[in-house]
Design a protein around this ligand. Sequence first.
Ligand code: FMN
Length: 195
Amino acid sequence: MTNAITDFLQIRRSTLISKMTSEPLPEADIETILACGVRVPDHAVLGPWQIQVIQGEGRAYLGTHILRPEFAANNQDATPEGLAFEEERFLRAGAIFAVLFTPKEHPKIPEWEMVLSAGAVAMNITTAAQALGYGAQWVTEWYSYNDKMLAALGGTVGSDKIAGFIYVGEKSEAPTERRRPPRENVIGFYTPPVA
Ligand SMILES: Cc1cc2nc3c(=O)[nH]c(=O)nc-3n(C[C@H](O)[C@H](O)[C@H](O)COP(=O)(O)O)c2cc1C
């Protein structure tokens, strides 16, 4: 049995950020992607994640106020070209969906399950954008591990983390196929031990 969704899931592919354009996304598409992003398994409805949509002027603002100065502070030998590239990182796509992992205290739900739920948000955003025909790529790069970026996106330093940034834009070039782990390495069909 197959259907359009399972057919799509077997062929979907990320598009490198360098192969997408920075045209803004229509608001309706942003809304569709967000609606898919928040519809994920979440044990006890804790909502241990946040999504920040970075688009329009917000892309350049974060470049000037976080990406460039933070890269400069951590890379003393950065060249002017390198700094310019860092400043313009978010201008590489029409919209960037930052997914924050925001764990909650709970007597029964371990933090690990909240981590998994945040990953599901990031994957749903990636899949939804690709299903709409956009190029999308989930990256962490260096600034997912930067406290100033985390704080700028509304995260609490010390407890929250950045699960990644999903860049979304029109494709300027179709992606080629990617090497995948051999199925036999990653899939098994459980058989109970013979008594
Ligand atoms: C958590 C996470 C972080 C990632 N960070 C990066 C990154 O910083 N740079 C990069 O080139 N790819 C990164 N990737 C890999 C790509 O986003 C993606 O997995 C790869 O292009 C293949 O994706 P596909 O299966 O959708 O084709 C990351 C993947 C994950 C799951």
